[in-house]
Design a protein around this ligand. Structure first.
Ligand code: PGA
Length: 242
């Protein structure tokens, strides 16, 4: 097991600021940084802090490229539950990354096979410098549910009931939650040079403990990160059960 670094923040806000600082420092050091980005409740505070830091420093992002982890199948970018919409609202409307440098899987592509292949190829071409990850209660990362092959590349996935239930809070009713998504695979995520994993809240304590225990198994997708040389785990005290 590779030893990862754990940044032990006390509050969600502190965790968010620490994570934002790591990304901000990378952006400052390398003008053409390639960012891997995540959606969900967890990174919202980080995006807020990061956009403030970028704007206060008037940082030039004209050479920055981004790739998002995943998108629901069947939701177009104008749907307010799509991850396109989430990213625009939480980050891209606040900072100046050129539109053509922003990459998010197209969940309404006519040819899904082509969409996922081209996405993977583009990631191979550009290379991701720093990838942000959240985690599901079942240990999923992106939409890679338990049992997903460690060799998986960008692919179409069926969501588990647990994930559909967790995500139902964003929709009017559970039946509205899409049952399929497109997602970077676990092998795709492992290609990133550096990974920051954010775990916040008491409902994620079990997932955090499972990861920290160090057991590596395809039943726990996040555990693949133990095979990565550069992982920073950021937690708040609730996620650590303190
Ligand atoms: P959350 O989702 O940040 O909304 O809890 C994280 C995830 O399921 O990956």
């Amino acid at each position: 097991m590779t030893k990862f670094t754990e940044v032990k923040a006390s509050t969600y806000d502190e965790m968010s600021r620490e994570a934002a600082k790591i990304i901000f420092d990378d952006l400052k050091a390398k003008k053409d940084t390639v960012l891997g980005l995540a959606t969900g409740s967890t990174p919202e505070g980080m995006y807020d802090a990061l956009s403030t830091m970028i704007n206060e420093a008037d940082l030039d992002l004209s050479e920055v490229t981004t790739f998002n982890l995943d998108e629901y199948v069947g939701l177009d970018e104008d749907n307010d539950q799509s991850y396109h919409y989430f990213m625009d609202k939480n980050l891209f409307s606040k900072i100046d990354v050129p539109k053509e440098n922003i990459h998010i899987l197209n969940g309404v592509a006519d040819n899904i096979e082509k969409e996922v292949k081209e996405y993977e190829a583009l990631i191979d071409e550009k290379g991701i410098d720093i990838q942000v990850l959240g985690i599901g209660r079942n240990g999923h990362i992106a939409f890679n549910e338990p049992g997903t092959s460690f060799d998986s590349l960008t692919h179409r996935v069926q969501l588990t009931d647990e994930t559909i239930e967790d995500n139902a809070r964003f929709f009017e009713k559970k039946e509205d939650v899409p049952t399929e998504a497109l997602s970077m695979g676990l092998a795709t995520i492992m290609k990133a040079k550096k990974i920051i994993l954010l775990i916040s809240g008491a409902n994620k304590q079990e997932a955090r403990d499972l990861f920290v225990s160090g057991e590596v198994s395809e039943d726990v997708p996040v555990s693949i990160l133990h095979n990565h040389p550069n992982v920073i785990l950021l937690t708040d005290s609730e996620a650590r059960g303190e």
